[in-house]
Design a protein around this ligand. Structure first.
Ligand SMILES: [Zn+2]
Length: 418
């Protein structure tokens, strides 16, 4: 369960105070009822026992939380019965009202009222006919309409792009069909893949060891230190662009699991992007340059977000934990960079991320065809589809990914992409 805290009315707990950011912090209760608090890169910070937090921080009964400079009674918002119902509440904080502004506005309204009365009176006393008064009122109305028009125009001019109409799915429920992974060209290899992936899923289900959100984040943050040693991160306009697209997408995640997403741009020509879970996403510069629009960037970011939201990393770690019994020492998993970069998801999981990426992109107003466009371009570069290699590739061939994406759009949204 996630409880969003901030000044914006969309939050579960609204704190009406100017020091509090619109989307300030987030409390997350994981499946083992461990409670975390995340700061959402707020302006004035989130504090636990007086210390500013940068990473998701576990809350213990006696911990005191401060949102900006406001003491926050977090226990009040945690339901003991673990029900999914969110405690929606407006925090009754003392408002920092700006009395001067209010007095000025009231004065202005009084002046306008008095002067308009005065004008009408003047006309009447001058012996104006009813028609004349009507004319004045008509012209006033006309001016009002003109004003409205001009104010609307300036508003429109401020917008960079006309807002894209959000496409709605044909049915209430979106369906995810993986039969697109099968095809006639291969000699049963695809069905093997599907069976293999089912077995993989079962292993995860049977695995008794659980992996908490905290363990996943610990893994990702240790991986991050290794990645930092190995690669050079770039902080420039490209990275800013990735961040701004990420912000737009994050809002459209349905039932977010509470990851605090971070995106890093790596100086490397490879056309690749990956995630180590825990909300850490990595984009190679080669991938950034390969993509042709914000819509395509959004599609790839959504894909990586979905590996997190759909618990794919958690599954991977659960298998590791069950097999090794070594999870106590996280370091053992991270014997080399190799192990981080070769986390492979099966074809079904890759396709699952593609299809969910389309749904999020659509909700965020990005082009619905960008996912299939990327794979179409990759297909042209990849050459012919080879069914023998297929089994050994975790990323399904681009041709199949293009086909699956198109299939998802036509069956759920009635849209055909070129
Ligand atoms: Zn993937």
């Amino acid at each position: 369960m996630v409880i969003n805290i901030g000044r914006n009315k969309e939050n579960d707990v609204v704190i009406d105070n100017l020091k509090v950011s619109n989307y300030h912090a987030q409390m997350v209760i994981d499946e083992e009822s461990i409670i975390f608090i995340n700061d959402l890169q707020s302006e004035n910070g989130t504090f636990v026992n007086g210390e500013i937090i940068n990473d998701p921080t576990e809350l213990k009964t006696k911990d005191e939380v401060t949102i900006a400079n406001i003491s926050f009674d977090w226990k009040k918002h945690i339901k003991k019965d673990n029900s999914d119902e969110k405690p929606v509440e407006i925090y009754a904080e003392k408002k920092e009202k700006n009395w001067l502004v209010i007095i000025l506005i009231s004065l202005l309204i009084t002046v306008v009222l008095v002067s308009s009365l005065f004008i009408i009176n003047e006309f009447n006393s001058d012996g104006a006919t009813i028609e004349e008064i009507k004319k004045v009122e008509d012209s006033k109305e006309e001016n009002n309409i003109k004003d409205e028009k001009t104010s609307k125009k300036t508003k429109d001019q401020k917008k960079e792009k006309p807002k894209k109409k959000i496409i709605k799915p044909v049915n209430d429920e979106i369906s995810y069909d993986y039969s697109c992974l099968e095809d006639d060209k291969d000699i049963g290899t695809t069905s093997l893949i599907n069976i293999a992936s089912e077995i993989g899923d079962q292993v995860v289900d049977i695995g008794t060891k659980k992996v908490s959100l905290k363990e996943e984040i610990d893994f990702a943050s240790e991986s991050h230190d290794k990645i930092k040693e190995e690669y050079q991160f770039i902080y420039n306009n490209k990275q800013k662009k990735l961040n701004s697209i990420l912000k737009k997408i994050e809002k459209e995640i349905i039932n977010p699991k509470g990851y605090n997403y971070k995106i890093y741009l790596i100086k490397d020509e490879a056309i690749n992007a990956f995630t180590t879970g825990g909300g850490y996403i990595y984009f190679f510069e080669g991938m950034y340059d390969y993509l042709e629009s914000d819509d395509e960037i959004a599609s790839i970011i959504c894909h990586e977000i979905n590996h997190n939201e759909l618990g794919h990393l958690r599954d991977y770690l659960r298998v590791k934990k069950t097999n090794n019994n070594l999870f106590g020492e996280l370091g053992n998993i991270l014997t080399s960079m190799q192990s981080i970069l070769t986390i492979n998801f099966n074809q079904k999981k890759e396709t699952q991320c593609d299809l969910h990426a389309i749904d999020i992109s659509i909700r965020a107003g990005y082009n619905e065809c960008s996912t299939s466009n990327i794979w179409k371009r990759m297909k042209d570069e990849e050459g012919e589809y080879n069914s023998i290699n297929n089994l050994f590739r975790s990323h399904p061939y681009s041709e199949k990914r293009e086909y699956c994406a198109k299939n998802h759009l036509s069956s759920n949204y009635g849209i055909k992409c070129k």
